[in-house]
Design a protein around this ligand. Structure first.
Ligand code: ADP
Ligand code: MG
Length: 277
């Protein structure tokens, strides 16, 4: 009997509810010539509460499109996107974002940027000050509280963005290739920071990356999207490596090697397919 095995995308995580649910989601775009490009779907995906799911796939397959629909930045062409069981209509306050390019305000200091979300939510100045101080310490930027973004390294700006995203204590965090522009060493440090700050905190994380090692290293589950058009989920694998994880030694873990080989093969086929088109 194969009925006990859920189809790709549908979570089998035990004991927890579904936080993010995509049901037969399709997204079309209008081409400049007026035609329709069927970028994505139909896709069904469940992310359990507290689960860390990484989405990988060839460039242009629709990873950002998928994340934007969960974020409520644009609606699906058909199908539904649910957050905590409720349909997504617009941007939710319970969701935190971390994108490839940081969205720091250049004319605000590090501390002001980190506290921005709380001020917009009308949290009192004293409480904003207290929590900003806490997050400055957590991301190791106390000495740089009064610096402006242009005075920081790429890694420091990324840490400021992480603090800015997490200070509001979002129950869902959406990340779109957040470390793509960092050099390899800084990226490694940021990945370790992210594991410390996010994983195991009961937060639900949907993390988009083109880096398979990053996906396996950080996530509980790795979902692979096929090359577009009509991109679908073509693999959905549980990582199954215990936390806390040490990213330095993780590559030597037998499961890492096994999963990496399996998913590389699938991803390679998709990348080759997308180049052929
Ligand atoms: P990825 O993040 O995986 O690289 P995207 O989600 O950015 O891919 O894009 C998926 C596909 O949809 C691409 O072919 C892209 O050109 C197309 N696309 C994305 N956004 C738009 C848009 N606003 N208008 C037209 N086409 C778009
Ligand atoms: Mg993208």
């Amino acid at each position: 009997m194969t009925s006990a095995v859920p189809p790709p995308g549908v979570s089998d995580a035990p004991g927890s509810g579904v936080m993010i649910a995509l049901r037969d989601v399709v997204r079309h775009f209008r081409r400049p010539d007026g035609g329709i490009y069927p970028a994505l779907g139909p896709i069904s995906l469940d992310v359990a509460t507290g689960e860390f799911v990484a989405v990988v796939g060839p460039s242009g397959c629709g990873k950002s499109t998928l994340l934007h629909m969960v974020a409520g930045l644009h609606p699906p062409t058909s199908g539904s996107v649910l957050l905590g069981g409720a349909p997504v209509y617009g941007v939710s306050r319970t969701v935190g974002f971390l994108f490839q390019d940081d969205a720091l305000l250049p004319w605000r200091t590090v501390a002001e940027n980190i506290g921005l979300g709380l001020r917009l939510r009308k949290v009192s100045p004293a409480e904003t000050h207290r929590r900003t101080g806490e997050w400055l310490a957590r991301v190791g930027l106390e000495q740089f509280a009064d610096h402006y973004p242009a005075q920081l390294s790429g890694g420091m700006r990324k840490r400021t963005s992480i603090a800015q995203a997490l200070i509001s204590d979002p129950s869902v965090i959406l990340m779109d290739e957040p470390f793509a522009h960092l050099d390899a060493q800084t990226r490694y440090l940021m990945q370790m920071d992210l594991l410390d700050l996010c994983a195991g905190g009961g937060r639900t994380i949907l993390f988009v990356t083109h880096d398979l090692d990053e996906a396996i290293g950080l996530a509980d589950r790795v979902v692979v999207l096929s090359a577009g058009p009509n991109s679908r989920i073509c693999a959905d694998e549980r990582v199954g490596i215990a936390r806390p994880r040490d990213l330095l030694t993780l590559r030597g873990h037998p499961r890492f090697g096994e999963l990496s080989a399996l998913l590389w093969r699938i991803l390679y086929e998709q990348v080759r397919g997308s180049y052929a088109r």
